[in-house]
Design a protein around this ligand. Structure first.
Ligand code: HEM
Length: 231
């Protein structure tokens, strides 16, 4: 209670809140935690390609053609890390110019992630997961690229709701690489490693992230905050 309120016997003013959007760090921290495993694996692969120690299992497709994986890992790191800071509403409002500038870079980085992923899907022969995962990768990569283009054109038309929705979908599908660490680990751990279990467990990572994205799109933070205040 302030001294003035105490002296006048007034109720204490509400404690300053961190804003309807909560902490600016919570969302980026959670998103970075999700992608930490593929990003560390990617960094180790880059280190190996640069002549460092071989820590990861050999990937003959990468040994035969390393360029797309270099583009893939570098663009994924930029997209996942910088992209995580585009989501907190507080950061967007306080640093609009940064959001715009970073957003343009992120559209490029996201297209490179999707493009290099599609490139490897089409030209790396014999990746685990067979035709089913091959098809899922084509769908996911195309969906990410399409979402980024639709998100970008939406903001040019100043349709912010559509911009938000498409950018959430693009990001959620891209960072499913993090969710897939868990779904693949669990799926193959429980059901064994076959082409089918690999395909289904990896694809379920995209599905989980897409469901989470659709939920977020339909339940914006502001609406959630209002709902909690209503009787
Ligand atoms: C933030 C997002 C992503 C991260 C951090 C990421 C990370 C990685 C890493 C580290 C590798 C190399 C694996 C190794 O060294 O053996 C890789 C490979 C690959 N990624 Fe991604 N990735 C992401 C998104 C995607 C997306 C959206 C697609 C979908 C098209 C994709 C498709 C592929 C393919 C096809 C390979 C090669 C698999 C193989 O032949 O072994 N990635 N990714």
């Amino acid at each position: 209670m302030t001294e003035y309120a105490a002296s006048r016997n007034l109720p204490a003013p509400p404690r300053p809140r961190r804003g309807r959007e909560g902490s600016s760090w919570r969302v980026p921290t959670a998103l970075l935690a999700l992608t930490i495993f593929p990003l560390v694996a990617g960094s180790l692969r880059l280190l190996e390609l640069a002549g460092g120690p071989q820590v990861l299992p050999t990937n003959p497709r990468i040994d035969a053609s390393p360029a797309p994986v270099v583009v893939h890992v570098v663009s994924a790191a930029v997209y996942a890390v910088v992209g995580a800071f585009q989501f907190p509403a507080r950061l967007r409002r306080r640093h609009r110019a940064w959001h715009r500038r970073a957003g343009r870079v992120l559209v490029g980085a996201g297209l490179l992630v999707a493009g290099s992923g599609l490139w490897m899907t089409l030209f790396y022969a014999g990746a685990p997961g067979g035709d089913l995962l091959w098809t899922a990768r084509l769908i996911a990569g195309s969906a990410i690229a399409t979402s980024l283009v639709l998100g970008f054109t939406a903001v040019r038309r100043r349709n912010f709701a559509a911009h938000r929705a498409w950018m959430i979908r693009a990001y959620a599908l891209s960072v499913a690489a993090g969710t897939q660490v868990f779904t693949q680990g669990l799926g193959e751990g429980v059901f064994g490693t076959t082409s089918l279990t690999t395909a289904l467990s990896v694809s379920s990572g995209w599905l989980i992230n897409l469901v989470a994205a659709e939920w977020l799109i339909r339940h914006p933070a502001v609406r959630r905050a209002r709902a909690t205040k209503e009787p």
